[in-house]
Design a protein around this ligand. Structure first.
Ligand code: GLN
Length: 479
């Protein structure tokens, strides 16, 4: 079997009866068996469920029924997304034995579209991290570059697709966790607008920022998965009723004449000069494609990391209060209620999660709420205003996804601030609620992938996909 399959490739192979969905599933499990011990991308495999679904798809093929868009497509799901009957740990000891009784809406929609869910992918604990080194189940390795991190927090979802252990995957992005691992592993990865994809069944980190989105080997497949998971869900009141456009059609539109904004603030200190060169070459490629490139200003960009770590930790401290040893997850007995709480949370959470709970509780506390949390919300509004202003002048914004390529395992683990700075270019769009994608933009020294980030206006996923697809087709990955 070929090493990499696209969604279209799977569709054609099934329709022409060259390969059955069950054969696809067994082939992918063989690949996982061969490479996962080294990569640690999957935490749990859901063979029973996958083969039952594959059998269903094969029955449709045999009966000559029209196949749904993801029929037989092997897909991986980040372990913060609930899957009925399949262990979901959030990369944490506190949920080590948790088996959700229901599916997240995104998972349910994928399966309804014929997808075969292979298993659950490793991630930073509760999606807190930029390197996948905060997982209680060990780090994931970058399949592209030995000895380096795959990025985080959706490192397992990115690595699984990049290594050919899934055709596509779902990740989540709160401050960069889809786009940054996409860039580190050299594959396209999309964060939809806030409200575009239902969060029902996504185990919460920071509810006003969390989003589910796809990784794939090409932009067309990203568009196909987006098409399936997007749209209103009565179970998530923040999901929008705005109609879902035909993303695959949008992605194929020509980009000539589109105005691209390049914000000066995204090219400052701390950026690897080699990354800069690649991004500049990427911008030049857009010029060649007939886009108009304009320099723009986004003056509040510098505050984004600070604001993000106030708001995200505040929300996390509240969301993670539910792991109290009573409702679900780990419980360590103690001789009083308080000692049971202490022991459970002390043993169940890792260092980074604890750091954030402490920080978040602090910024929400009576004496500091106004100085930190409230101020943070005000600056968040200014950052969103930067985006609104920009979109009165340009159709999309292009930036680097990350200031640096994939770093070495262990290189930043002792320095949380350095780790937080990995998200300097991604957290802005998270705070503003806009959609963003990372697309491959060449490799440094021919081996370290660089990602180019494209932001669009709220619910402008079509525009983002259009620019990403044109970039990919024009050879952006080989710059
Ligand atoms: N790296 C950022 C953090 O640690 C973003 C994580 C995410 O997007 N889930 O919070």
């Amino acid at each position: 079997m070929s090493a990499t399959w696209t969604i279209r490739g799977v569709q054609e192979a099934l329709a022409s009866k060259k390969i059955s969905a069950q054969e696809f599933a067994s082939d992918y499990y063989k690949r996982i068996e061969a490479r996962n011990p080294e990569l640690n991308a999957y935490l749990a495999l859901s063979q029973d469920r996958a083969f039952a679904q594959a059998e269903r798809v094969d029955a449709w093929v045999a009966a000559g029924k029209p196949l749904p868009p993801l029929a037989g497509v092997p897909i991986a799901v980040k372990d913060v997304i609930s899957t009925r009957g399949v262990r979901t740990t959030c990369g944490s000891k506190i949920l080590e034995n948790y088996i959700p009784p229901y599916d997240a809406t995104a998972v349910q929609r994928l399966e309804a579209a014929g997808a075969v869910i292979l298993g659950k992918t490793n991630c930073d604990e509760f999606a807190m991290g930029s390197s996948n080194e905060n997982s209680a189940y060990g780090p994931v390795r970058n399949p592209e570059v030995p000895g380096r991190v795959p990025g985080g927090s959706s490192g397992g979802s990115a690595a699984a697709v990049a290594a050919g252990l899934a055709v596509a995957s779902l990740g989540t992005d709160t401050g960069g966790s889809i786009r940054q691992p996409g860039s580190f592993c050299g594959i396209p990865a999309m964060m939809p607008s806030y409200g575009r994809v239902s969060r029902y069944g996504l185990i919460a980190f920071a509810s006003s920022l969390d989003r589910i989105g796809p990784f794939a080997t090409n932009v067309r497949d990203v568009a196909t998965v987006m098409q399936i998971i997007a749209g209103r869900d009565a179970n998530d009141s923040t999901s929008t009723t705005a109609p879902v456009p035909d993303y695959c059609a949008e992605a194929e539109k020509p980009v000539k004449g589109l105005r691209i904004g390049v914000p000066k603030e995204y090219f400052g200190a701390g950026m690897d000069p080699e990354v800069r060169k690649k991004i500049e070459a990427g911008i030049e490629l857009y010029r060649k494609l007939g886009c108009e490139v304009r320099e723009i200003r986004m003056p509040h960009t510098d505050y984004a990391i600070a604001v993000y770590y106030i708001i995200a930790t505040a929300e996390a401290s509240s969301n993670l209060a539910r792991y109290d040893g009573v409702r679900y997850g780990l419980r360590m007995d103690g001789d009083s209620l308080l000692s049971m709480y202490r022991k459970t949370r002390g043993a169940g959470f890792g260092a980074e999660v604890k750091r954030r709970i402490v920080l978040g509780t602090y910024v929400l506390s009576a004496g500091y709420y106004d100085a930190y949390y409230l101020k943070g919300q005000k600056v968040r509004a200014l950052i969103a205003q930067d985006f609104r202003d920009a979109f009165t002048k340009v159709d999309a914004i292009v930036t680097p996804t990350s200031p640096v390529p994939a770093f070495k395992l262990g290189e930043r683990t002792d320095d949380p601030l350095q780790m937080y700075l990995a998200d300097i270019y991604t957290v802005t769009g998270s705070l503003a609620g806009v959609p963003g994608i990372s697309v491959p933009c060449g490799k440094i020294c021919g081996k370290l992938p660089v990602g180019l980030q494209i932001f669009g206006p709220p619910f402008g996923e079509g525009r983002v996909l259009q620019l990403a697809r044109a970039f990919e087709q024009a050879g952006g990955a080989a710059l």
